[in-house]
Ligand binder design. Structure first.
Ligand SMILES: [Zn+2]
Ligand SMILES: [Zn+2]
Length: 243
């Protein structure tokens, strides 16, 4: 199965408004992705619509959020159920800076249903850091039954390496993510024995399916991802030569 664990919907202020869950699920099916995870900044409020749309298209789904930790590390927290992702969202929201979004500056944050109707505009500013540390995020996501993947570790900002320098191993990452253009063999030297995935970090529909991770999964679940990570049985798509 080819899968992509890092897709932003229209709820992310920086993502295109074309990223409705319905359009994401359709594009994923058309481009041969068997499993996809929603990963909006600090929120999973579009996860329920995403679940419905993925089921409609016959694409397996996981539900997450890309938490911006107190250290400004981006970490994907990924769950089997919408309920788990919403429990994580509530815990992240409790420690978000109480600031009202300015759509004209940061972008709109629509919560939508499975038929592209806007239910609400999220008022909280989702693009800023929560006060939860990377260590707390790891512990809480695991306690809820989720996986934690360090986002785009090859990037010079908002990555575990850029923000923390040398890692202790206590950060709670189950895997690390390479972005589209990162050279796998070069980054293997830095990431050591840590399992790797490659994701699109899609903010536009055109981004979907450009890169992926492949593994022999019995089902698209947290337990199966844990197993292939443990066995080192993931294959990454080749990097793009241009972003
Ligand atoms: Zn990120
Ligand atoms: Zn992202």
């Amino acid at each position: 199965m080819r899968f992509d664990l890092h897709i932003h919907s229209c709820l992310s202020p920086c993502a295109s408004l074309e990223m409705a869950p319905s359009a994401i699920a359709r594009a994923a099916r058309e481009r041969g992705l068997g499993g996809i995870a929603i990963a909006d900044h600090n929120s999973a409020r579009n996860a329920q619509a995403f679940a419905t749309c993925c089921a409609r298209e016959g694409v397996a789904a996981l539900f997450g959020l890309e938490v911006c930790t107190a250290e400004e590390v981006h970490a994907l927290t990924i769950f089997d159920t919408v309920e788990q992702a919403m429990a994580m969202t509530a815990w992240v929201y409790d420690a978000l800076v109480k600031r009202v979004n300015q759509p004209e500056v940061f972008g709109d944050q629509p919560v939508v249903d499975a038929d592209d109707n806007i239910e609400e505009l999220e008022w909280r500013m989702l693009g800023f850091a929560t006060r939860r540390t990377v260590y707390e995020v790891g512990e809480h996501a695991h306690a809820l039954g989720g996986l934690v993947v360090a986002s785009h570790v090859d990037r010079p900002s908002f990555s575990a390496f850029s923000q923390l320098g040398v890692l202790s191993g206590d950060e709670g990452f189950d895997a690390m993510e390479l972005s589209r253009t990162a050279d796998e063999s070069r980054w293997r030297e830095r990431t050591g024995a840590m399992p790797l995935v490659r994701s699109s970090d899609s903010h536009l529909l055109a981004d979907l399916g450009l890169v992926w991770t492949e593994a022999d999964l019995a089902a698209f679940t947290v337990a199966e991802l844990r197993r292939v990570f443990r066995e080192g049985a993931t294959t990454l798509s080749p990097p793009l030569t241009r972003f």
